[in-house]
Design a protein around this ligand. Structure first.
Ligand SMILES: Nc1ncnc2c1ncn2[C@@H]1O[C@H](COP(=O)(O)OP(=O)(O)OP(=O)(O)O)[C@@H](O)[C@H]1O
Length: 363
C-alpha cells in the first residue's frame, strides 16, 4: 500500500503541492484529477522520488525518504513515452528486467508476455522510431510493467493522442491494468479518462487534495462547489431532501445514495416512491445544495419552461443554454441537453425535465 502523508513541494518559496495526503490500496487504480497547474505532475514526481518534498511517502509503512528513484520499485510512464530511440521494441521492454539481472531466455519470455498484454504481439524487432503514437504508448506501458513494479505511475499517458485513439486506448488500458493487477496512480485532467480507468479519485486543486474517495461517490457528492464545477456541474441551486428524494426547482429525483437521505429519515420505512409527490406527513426537509450537470436537464414534453439562447452540436447530443429566469429566478440560464433529432434553435420555447443521472448533492 502507498501512503502519501502531508507531502509539500515548494518551488521558489511557492508551494506547488501543499500538505497532500492520500492512500492507494494494493491492486487499486487511483486517478489524481485536477485542473492544469493544480500540482498533479509535481505530486506524482514527488512520489517517484524525482522531486524533493517534505512529509512522507511510504510503501507498506516503510518511509521512502532518501530512497533513490530506481530503488523504489515504481514504474513510470509519461505523456510522450520517452522510449530509448536507439533500441528496438524488445530492447526497450527488456531494459528493466536486464537491469534486474534476469537471464536472456526469461527476458525474451517476459517481453513476449508483455507484448501480448498490450496487444502488440510480434513487434519485438520493430524500431521504436517507426511506431505510431498509440503503439509507442503501449510499448512505454509494457516497458514500465516489465520489471513488475509494485506501483505504476502514469502521468497523462494518453494526452498526446487524438480523441478517438485516446478513447480506445483508455479501454485497452483498463484491461491491461486489471489483468496485471498493478497498483496504479494515474494523473489526468480528463474526467472521462479518470472514470474509465480508476477505482478511486483524488481531486487536486491549487496544490491541495480537496476530496478523495470512490469514483461514483465523488461524482455524486462533490465536497464543494469548486470540485463540483470541475467535475462537470454547471448549475448549482438550493434543494431539500424529503424522504429518499431531493427536490429542487426543476423537480425531484431519487437519491438513495445521499448521506442526507439517511440523516433526514424519521426512522419510518420509506420505500422509494414512484412519483414526485410532496413529502409524507411527518417528514422533515433537510436543506442541501443541488448540482446539475447538463444532462440532468433534458428537453422534454413536460417540465420547467424556458427559452433557448444558444445551441452547440456535440457528437451524440445537442447542448443547449436555456434562459429560465422567468420560472427559476435563482438561476438565470442553465445548460441542458436535447437529442440530435430534436431541432432546437435559439429563440425556441422548450421544457426541461430532470434526469436523476446528472444530479449531484454538493457539500
Ligand atoms: N520545475 C519547476 N519550477 C518551478 N515551478 C514549477 C516547476 N514545475 C511545476 N511548477 C509549478 O508548479 C505548479 C504545479 O505544476 P504541475 O505541473 O504539477 O501541475 P499539473 O496539475 O500537473 O498541470 P498540467 O495538467 O498543466 O500538467 C504550477 O504552478 C507550475 O508552474
Amino acid at each position: 500500500m502507498l501512503t502519501v502523508d502531508r507531502v509539500t513541494v515548494t518551488y521558489d518559496r511557492t508551494p506547488a503541492v501543499r500538505d497532500a495526503s492520500l492512500e492507494i490500496a494494493d491492486g487499486e487504480v487511483l486517478a489524481l484529477l485536477g485542473p492544469s497547474g493544480s500540482g498533479k505532475s509535481t505530486l506524482l514526481r514527488a512520489i517517484a522520488g524525482l522531486e524533493p518534498a517534505t512529509g512522507a511517502v511510504r510503501w507498506d509503512g516503510d518511509d521512502l525518504t532518501g530512497v533513490p528513484v530506481h530503488r523504489r520499485g515504481f514504474g513510470l510512464v509519461f505523456q510522450d513515452g520517452q522510449l530509448f530511440p536507439h533500441r528496438d521494441v524488445a530492447g526497450n521492454i527488456a531494459f528493466g528486467p536486464r537491469m534486474q539481472g534476469m537471464p536472456p531466455a526469461d527476458r525474451e519470455r517476459r517481453v513476449a508476455e508483455l507484448l501480448d498484454l498490450v496487444g502488440l504481439t510480434g513487434y519485438e524487432r520493430r524500431p521504436v522510431t517507426e511506431l505510431s503514437g498509440g503503439e509507442a504508448q503501449r510499448v512505454a506501458l509494457a516497458r514500465a510493467l516489465a520489471p513488475r513494479p509494485r506501483l505504476l505511475l502514469l502521468d497523462e499517458p494518453l494526452s498526446g493522442l487524438d480523441a478517438e485513439l485516446r478513447e480506445s486506448l483508455a479501454l485497452d488500458l483498463v484491461g491491461v491494468l486489471r489483468r496485471a493487477k498493478t497498483t496504479t496512480l494515474l494523473v489526468t485532467h480528463d474526467q472521462e479518462e479518470a472514470f474509465t480507468l480508476a477505482d478511486r479519485l483524488a481531486v487536486l486543486d491549487e496544490g491541495s487534495v480537496r476530496q478523495s474517495g470512490d469514483v461514483v461517490d465523488v461524482w455524486r457528492a462533490p465536497a464543494d462547489e469548486r470540485v463540483a464545477r470541475f467535475l462537470g456541474v454547471t448549475t448549482v441551486l438550493p434543494g431539500e431532501i424529503i424522504d429518499d428524494r431531493v427536490r429542487c426547482a426543476f423537480g425531484s429525483a431519487d437519491v438513495p445514495w445521499c448521506p442526507a437521505v439517511a440523516a433526514s429519515s424519521t426512522g419510518a420505512a420509506s420505500s422509494t416512491g414512484a412519483a414526485s409527490s410532496t413529502g409524507a406527513a411527518g417528514s422533515t426537509g433537510a436543506a442541501v445544495t443541488v448540482g446539475l450537470r447538463p444532462h440532468a436537464l433534458r428537453v422534454a414534453a413536460d417540465g420547467v419552461p424556458g427559452e433557448v439562447v444558444a445551441r452547440a452540436r456535440r457528437r451524440d447530443h445537442t447542448r443547449v443554454t436555456v434562459d429560465v429566469s422567468a420560472t427559476v429566478p435563482e438561476v438565470s440560464t442553465v445548460e441542458a441537453v436535447a437529442t440530435m433529432s430534436e431541432a432546437v434553435r435559439p429563440g425556441d420555447e422548450v421544457r426541461l425535465a430532470l434526469d436523476p443521472d446528472g444530479v449531484a448533492i454538493v457539500g
